[in-house]
Ligand binder design. Structure first.
Ligand SMILES: [Zn+2]
Length: 382
């Protein structure tokens, strides 16, 4: 199973979904109303970096089409390999003596192999998993130096900064540049944590918000690229909560739908069949850390669905068996116990992440659910 999809080009049409946003961006560029500093705000897994690059590529394309770059001109071809001389890339690295130029080849390789790259993927690829990522002062000075040059080939010099939240106070040296940029300079800052960015920088940019992917967009993506069969695709779309890179990863890891396993386990919890759960505990532990997390993540979605189904139809999101199950489950899930059930499931995921014993965590959780899963007015105490 592939974990990600290679982009053919860095065109808008290569980015899944987000149609309305792409149309808006194209029209702003075509009308020549390009703001010089923009903050692209998005959650992880939402194709924000490919969007920034497609935007930059379009501004530079020598044969702009009505809705997209041509993908063939010399500018597009250079963009496609992230080697255009007027494109400057900045991203979190570690240490204080290097600049992004020292990592640029690694970054090109990592991004082109996986355009849905997360910070974690990136750090892993440069053996920096346990190091503190940052965009350091040397990098800021390097940016100032690079952007003071005239564009080589295009009308614009473009700085795409991925995750400006990793700029420390040093980032303030960029303020003058953001405020009074030399002519034909574009700043595209791509953030996943707007709250952590220096306010001095935020206030000098215009915002582009990328909406999270919808359930349908994720389901479509998985089926178009044949990453999962229809049932798994629906499960994954539900569990990914709008994060496409998470959906791609889950689809790669999930061999079977979680439905039957989860239904039987929850039934055992409800019936207080803890002895049976303990006797079968190896079967759960065999799922491994990631597998068990996925099982519980699916559980959270089923609990959520059991609440939702009391108010809306979920027929386009769940299979017939799931509908039947969550309809029954909805009799046991209500405002008096929802919070503690969520908390118990989330706490278990948290503890698994902290490398607790999966067997003990699952037995504990089963016991908690035994008491929590009750019709309204019939909650037992432990
Ligand atoms: Zn072109």
């Amino acid at each position: 199973m592939r974990f990600f999809i290679f982009l053919q080009h860095l065109k808008f049409s290569d980015i899944h979904g987000h149609t309305e946003l792409k149309n808006n961006l194209v029209s702003v560029i075509r009308q020549g109303r390009i703001p010089h500093a923009q903050m692209i705000i998005s959650r992880e897994g939402n194709a924000a970096l490919p969007m920034a690059l497609a935007y930059a590529q379009y501004t530079s394309c020598l044969d702009q089409q009505e809705n997209d770059s041509c993908g063939k001109c010399s500018s597009c071809v250079k963009y496609e390999h992230l080697v255009h001389p007027d494109l400057h890339l900045s991203f979190p690295i570690f240490g204080s003596t290097e600049t992004c130029d020292d990592f640029i080849q690694d970054f090109r390789t990592a991004f082109l192999a996986n355009p849905m790259l997360t910070l974690n993927d990136w750090l892993k690829s440069i053996d920096g998993e346990n190091k503190r990522p940052n965009i350091n002062i040397r990098e800021c000075r390097n940016i100032i130096k690079k952007l003071s040059l005239r564009p080589y080939e295009s009308d614009f010099k473009v700085l795409v900064m991925w995750l400006p939240e990793y700029l420390g106070k040093e980032g303030n040296v960029l303020l003058k540049l953001l405020e009074e940029p030399s002519q034909n300079t574009l700043f595209l800052l791509v953030t996943e944590n707007q709250d952590q960015i220096l306010t001095t920088i935020i206030s000098r940019t215009q915002f582009i918000k990328i909406p999270v992917y919808t359930y349908e967009e994720i389901d479509d993506y998985l089926s178009i690229h044949q990453l999962a069969n229809a049932d798994i695709s629906r499960n994954v779309a539900l569990m990914a909560e709008g994060d496409l890179s998470k959906a791609i990863r889950l689809a790669g890891e999930m061999e079977n739908t979680q439905f039957e396993g989860f239904r039987l386990w929850l039934l055992d919890c409800y019936s207080g069949n803890i002895g049976k759960i303990i006797s079968e505990i190896d079967q759960y532990a065999d799922k491994g850390k990631e597998g068990l997390k996925m099982f519980l993540l699916y559980g959270i979605q089923m609990v959520r669905s059991a609440l939702l189904i009391q108010h809306q139809s979920l027929e386009n999101k769940l299979t017939a068996n799931e509908i039947e199950f969550v309809t029954k489950l909805s009799k046991l899930i209500h405002l008096d116990n929802t919070q503690e059930i969520y908390q118990a499931l989330n706490q278990a995921i948290f503890e698994i992440d902290r490398n607790g014993s999966t067997k003990l965590i699952l037995i504990n959780l089963s016991l908690k659910l035994k008491y929590s899963l009750r019709p309204k007015g019939q909650l037992k105490t432990a």
